[in-house]
Design a binder for this molecule. Structure first.
Ligand code: G4P
Ligand code: NA
Ligand code: NA
Length: 190
């Protein structure tokens, strides 16, 4: 997606450890017009996939996920990272290890909002090692829910998540594919 690539080129910065900082439009300040266009793009890509629900993980997946839900006219669920007092029992949970933060989070989705007839589209801001997607896939499997595929804003194709999950048969559509962050510069695939 050209508009997204341009935003990354203009506002993205590269931090040590191959981290692309996009706080200007995605991870802190949010660009609603860009989010809207990305939601429409995911909706177009998955228009014939029979999607009934969008799943994402809080917090940075929520903005693109909501815009996708709006464009597809389906509800959006964000998996929560901490068990709250109001969400205690009746949860599907999975462990997600973050390589960038070196922490493990439990992510959970309430059974109340999951139906066996769901066909879910998984949306996230980044795909790096694939831990977040794997966590959502675990939950989908435990719930007996079908997965239509994944929609990723920025895939870092030099990390192994995308390749491994595609090998397992998951459809993944990424709006920007970053093949390198070497020398402080984002290089794109396609
Ligand atoms: P993975 O899900 O692909 O395995 O991601 P990984 O463990 O490598 O990264 C953990 C967190 O860091 C995730 O956010 C992920 O979206 C984010 N991340 C990974 N690579 C980058 C990057 O190059 N730039 C930025 N800005 N983020 C990156 P999270 O912990 O779920 O946090 P959040 O959604 O609350 O922001
Ligand atoms: Na994320
Ligand atoms: Na993030």
């Amino acid at each position: 997606m050209k508009e997204l690539q341009e935003k990354i080129k203009e506002y993205g910065t590269v931090l040590p450890g191959n981290v692309l900082k996009v706080d200007a439009f995605l991870n802190h300040q949010v660009d609603p017009i860009l989010m809207k266009h990305m939601g429409e793009e995911f909706a177009k890509l998955y228009k014939d996939a029979g999607v009934t629900k969008i799943w994402t993980v809080e917090s940075s997946g929520i903005a693109p996920a909501v815009m996708t839900g709006l464009a597809m006219n389906v509800p959006v669920i964000f998996a929560r990272k901490h068990k709250s007092l109001t969400l205690k029992d009746d949860l599907y949970t999975a462990s997600v290890y973050s390589y960038t933060k070196e922490t493990t989070n439990q992510i959970s989705i309430s059974k109340k909002y999951v139906s066996p007839t769901d066909k879910v589209l998984l949306i996230d801001d980044f795909l790096a090692n694939g831990q977040a997607l794997e966590g959502m896939l675990q939950i989908a499997q435990a719930a007996g829910v079908e997965v239509a595929g994944a929609g990723i804003v920025i895939e870092k194709t030099f990390q192994k998540g995308g390749q491994e999950l595609r090998k397992q048969g998951l459809r993944i559509e990424s709006l920007a594919k970053v093949s390198s962050l070497a020398n402080g510069k984002a290089e794109f695939e396609d």
